[in-house]
Design a protein around this ligand. Structure first.
Ligand code: AMP
Ligand code: GLY
Length: 421
């Protein structure tokens, strides 16, 4: 089969490497891809949201499956568009992807279907949002409605912060719908699952590290590292989330005429009152996918086809009974301004410890150069989490590029590494 992967981050490299292992895959393209996918796919110079370009490419090259990985083309309806023209695509249609694309829609959905989540008030205009910010209980979490690359959430402890958050979010994102959420606390878990509209297959759970610096300091990023599994998320808790959150979500979406096919990513907070949904994503997470997919033993293409065909219940998906850790190496300055174009050294040596997924890299004349904020995800798999962490950092210390930075505490909060939670 010929498969086109839409996107160009570390997650897409991880998907590409997993698909490349499938004996049924004869040809892989990545649009736009990166330096890492260039080794296993043919990179196609198309933006991930270039609807017309992707359609023209498909008409010419007839892929058997298009894997639409990032959030924005899913929200724009790339899957709908491809299906309308007779192509098979992996990923939810736009009406299902709204679970991620609109936080107000997701909240209303959860409230209607009795799915546990933070209490919330939604305001459709700035004046009423400001009015509420003056008197709401604190702390409060103010969120923009739409996709905002992790920049649409502000946690406010003081009154003035809540007022400033309204000003900032209503100026920076399109649309004026804002959410005010009850502040929750507890460990966070990313539960990704394959979903064929009716049946669900859970992936091993993982935990992301969203802040830029050690100790969860600094600005929010796309994610600076992830590990799997998460020991505080016990099999009992996972079973509870499946019953109380995931299955009701899938059923609710079907009842609402928004059948969800693809990867459903539920971001959970394990609060003292039980697990609650922080948000939904309608896709593989990044960097979570770089930690989770190396644990997959089964054929990813087979799973994707079963998701597409609605036959996931007939499949037994096998995962390694091991742990994995992914440490992201980023460009100095990220998530703010950073420079690109620096040569990357030490990739071969790092490969002795695990897999180096490429995110913001470019391959030029056989050499790799930095080309983005998150540059690499160094992932190691081992029998235990402490061993996986150790190996991942050994890999990281082999790699060098100008102004590289990474967190030194990935997975350190897990009790297996001596953390409190
Ligand atoms: P989101 O973009 O909705 O995933 O939010 C980004 C981050 O903000 C999450 O990973 C949480 O750490 C934090 N967050 C979001 N909602 C809440 C909430 N209701 N209470 C506490 N923290 C939150
Ligand atoms: N790691 C967070 C995300 O993929 O949205």
């Amino acid at each position: 089969m010929k498969v086109l992967i839409i996107g160009g981050g570390g997650r897409e490299h991880a998907v590409a490497l997993a698909l490349a292992k499938s004996p049924s895959v004869k040809k892989l393209w990545a649009a736009p891809g990166n330096g890492g996918t260039a080794r296993i796919c043919e990179n196609v110079p198309l933006g991930a949201c270039d609807m017309e370009g992707v359609l023209a490419f498909c008409r010419e090259n007839r892929p058997d499956l298009v894997v639409v990985t990032p959030d924005d083309p899913l929200a724009l309806g790339m899957v709908d568009m491809l299906e309308k023209h007779g192509f098979s695509a992996f990923g939810p249609r736009a009406r299902a992807a709204e679970l991620e694309a609109s936080k107000a829609f997701a909240k209303d959905f959860m409230q209607r279907h009795g799915i546990p989540t933070a209490a919330c008030r939604v305001f459709r205009d700035k004046a009423s949002a400001l009015g509420y910010a003056k008197l709401c209980p604190l702390p409060v979490v103010v969120k923009a409605d739409g996709l905002a690359l992790g920049k649409g959430v502000i946690i406010c402890h003081e009154r003035q912060e809540a007022l400033d958050a309204v000003e900032k979010l209503s100026a920076s994102v399109s649309g004026s719908t804002l959410l005010f959420e009850e502040f929750l606390s507890g460990p966070e878990v990313s539960q990704l699952c394959f979903c064929d509209g009716e049946h669900v297959a859970l992936m091993p759970a993982s935990q992301d590290h969203k802040r830029a610096y050690d100790g969860d300091e600094g600005p929010n990023t796309g994610g600076m590292g992830a590990f799997s599994p998460v020991s505080v998320y016990t099999p009992e808790l996972q079973g509870r989330c499946l019953r109380e959150i995931i299955l009701p979500t899938v059923r609710g979406m079907r009842e609402d005429g928004r059948e969800f096919r693809g990867v459903l990513y539920v971001s959970l907070m394990l609060t003292p009152q039980g697990p609650k949904v922080i948000e939904y994503n309608a896709r593989f997470g990044d960097p979570e996918t770089q930690a989770v997919l190396p644990l997959l033993e089964s054929d990813l293409l087979e799973i994707m086809l079963a998701v597409h065909d609605g036959t996931l219940d007939g499949l037994r998906i096998r995962w390694l009974d091991k742990a994995s850790c992914c440490v992201v190496m980023a460009s100095g300055g990220y998530p703010g301004k950073y420079e690109k174009g620096f040569p990357i050294f030490g990739l071969e040596n790092a490969a002795a410890y695990g897999t180096v997924f490429h995110a913001g890299t470019e391959l030029r004349d056989g050499e790799y150069f930095t080309a983005g904020g998150r540059v690499l995800g160094v992932t190691a798999v081992a029998d235990t989490l402490p061993e996986a962490v150790d190996l991942a950092y050994k890999g990281v210390f082999e790699i060098d590029f100008e102004r590289a930075f990474f967190r030194r505490d990935i997975a350190k909060k897990d009790p297996l590494l001596g953390g409190g939670v």
